[in-house]
Design a protein around this ligand. Sequence first.
Ligand code: SAH
Length: 237
Amino acid sequence: MKIDVLTIFPEFFGQVFDFGIIRRAKGAGLVSINVHDIREFATDKHKMTDDRPFGGGDGMVMKAEPIFLAIEQLLGTTEREKYPPGTKVILLSPQGRPLKQLVAQELADDAEHIIMICGRYEGVDERVNDALVTDEISIGDYVMSGGEPAAIVLTDAIVRLLPEALGSETSAENDSFSNGLLDCPHYTRPADFRGMSVPEVLLNGNHAEIEKWRHEKALEKTKRLRPDLLTGENGDT
Ligand code: SAH
């Protein structure tokens, strides 16, 4: 998989993709991640990437042209129908489809090349959305000052689901949301810590009993913390 991030603040990403599972996935050649400065695609002499909104009002709007030029360079076209198969051009936006595990799983399964556009200010000229974007995605019902944290969240959620990214010792199948439940509680040594002991069942080596206990606890936690996951009110988990 190839991920390209378009931003006016490339330094924001620093070493953020150089740790843990994402670092390992990059090292194993499962994904390559490149961050591009939208300013490099600005054509005027001041390299402007934003301008005042038509119709007046506060704030600035990110210009369409530099983003069109960036997409043209990355994909060879700005016509959505001509994007190579497996291409997703994602606009991070509070107005988009809410990010859920299922959305990340779909992208991990189907996408080969993902371009993420990070907005700033009041947002991005709507013609970017109309012409270029295949998916508008939100990381939650709150407004941040830029799409960069959202691009990091989305990249992490997708990359750890790529086949082999987690390595053989772990798997995502018991993670929260994967099977409609939250994950079960986890414990490690010591068995007794400051008078708090680990549930006995985890120490007896009976794997069938341990599995049963884990399922019960996952269900119990889900009922208590996220009943919406059980009633289906949550939409696509
Ligand atoms: N005026 C816009 C918000 C602009 S916030 C509105 O009310 O809809 C500036 C940028 O931050 C957005 O363009 C988007 O890229 C990013 N952003 C803010 N909140 C986000 C969220 N919940 N999910 C994804 N991106 C978000």
